[in-house]
Design a binder for this molecule. Structure first.
Ligand code: GRF
Length: 229
């Protein structure tokens, strides 16, 4: 097996996606090594998760910097010191600026709880519930200069049911996030992700001459189609 991909994780809250990344590494499913966890918030629960697994962590608070650019620069400096080659935003509740994005070109990933480009921004689960969609889901994408935008690596869809409100939908989405983020990272670790000339992410087959096999249903319809349709 090739050397583990050195990564850093940025978060602001509970860190359940961090936990899922850790679990997939520990199970040998994800060939990566977390060099550093950074939080902008000293109270983020995700920091405890890092400590429990002996992963180095740091709080880098925006309150200590005069501008967003300087805060970003302090984070980039720390990340580069650790040798991280990819950065995972996992519930990191701050916008990252241009200079940060360009410090890790096509090496910053984000997970967002909707099927982008639908419902970017805050509380995507509530936005989806309010819109009465039949499906929502989660997206892992490379980060560019726009909020919740950039080449899409993987999406997972879950059904949404009329009148159920935000919480059941959010739970379904989060459970799927915990599966698709480690998968996206493993593709990156295996050097199977490219961004093509149209700015779209492409997954390479795992052997040079094999085609990609899609042996799972690629079509979801909700409410279900009746017999005959
Ligand atoms: C997730 O819903 C993620 O999609 C969004 O922030 C939330 C983070 O959750 N960007 P957790 O901190 O990983 O539990």
């Amino acid at each position: 097996m090739s050397r583990p991909l050195p990564i850093a994780v940025l978060l602001s809250g509970g860190g359940s996606n961090l936990q899922s990344i850790i679990d997939h590494i520990e199970k040998g499913l994800l060939n990566a090594c977390i060099k550093l966890v950074v939080s902008n918030d000293p109270l983020a629960k995700g920091l405890e998760r890092a400590r429990k697994h002996a992963i180095p962590s740091r709080v880098i608070s925006p309150l200590e910097y005069a501008s967003r650019e300087r805060h970003d620069a302090a984070i980039v400096e720390q990340l580069q010191k650790t040798g991280a080659e990819a950065v995972c935003l996992a519930g990191y509740m701050r916008l990252i600026g241009k200079a940060f994005v360009h410090s890790f070109p096509n090496r910053i990933l984000n997970i967002h709880p909707s099927l982008l480009p639908a419902f970017p921004g805050l509380d995507a689960q509530q936005q989806a519930a309010d819109a009465g969609v039949s499906f929502s889901g989660a997206t892992v994408h490379f980060v560019d200069e726009e909020l919740d935008h950039g080449p899409i690596i993987i999406q997972g869809a879950v059904p949404a049911y009329p009148g159920e409100g935000r919480e059941p939908l959010a739970r379904r989405i989060l459970a799927l996030e915990h599966r698709i983020y480690p998968q996206a990272l493993q593709w990156l670790a295996a050097d199977r992700m490219r961004v093509d000339e149209h700015g779209l992410a492409r997954l390479l087959p795992d052997e040079p001459r094999s085609a990609l096999r899609l042996d799972q249903p690629a079509c979801l319809v909700n409410p279900p189609l009746e017999t005959g349709f």
